[in-house]
Ligand binder design. Sequence first.
Ligand code: IDP
Length: 149
Amino acid sequence: MERTFLMVKPDGVQRGLIGEVITRFERRGFKMVASRFERLPDARVMEHYAEHVQKPFFPGLKAYITSGPCFMMVWEGKDIVKISRDMIGATNPAGAAPGTIRGDFALEIGMNVIHGSDSVETANREIAIHFKPEELVSYTRIDEQYLYE
Ligand code: IDP
């Protein structure tokens, strides 16, 4: 089953949106398989955002993402990478559709509430950056027989 890495960023945590985010993914039928609440160490920020380290917005991004705790999660389910990106909405909330997390809760491109992996390869890379294999919990959700045909 496909997995993705999701992270409620410091603005989402401070604004009390952890529960809202979890509820949306739970109701869609996805299954949380790991979570941790923590302030990200600098080294892990550099690794996670390696593709952005040279960009002009990176110092601001690093200051924002380390400004408070994040809620890190691994979720599992059919086509979760694509579906979760659709649920999260466009990077710039000005272009994020209403009904998406960013379209409902964010205004700025930097502080956009949540991170979600953008491909299966990225998901595998990000899960490995933030979680040890033994932190991922395997179990069956009781409603899976009505979610999957
Ligand atoms: P994504 O979060 O939708 O996958 P990415 O392009 O991977 O978007 O960017 C990672 C994060 O970096 C964004 O979510 C946002 O917080 C920040 N970011 C991206 N582009 C900009 C920018 O132009 N200015 C400020 N922050 C940005």
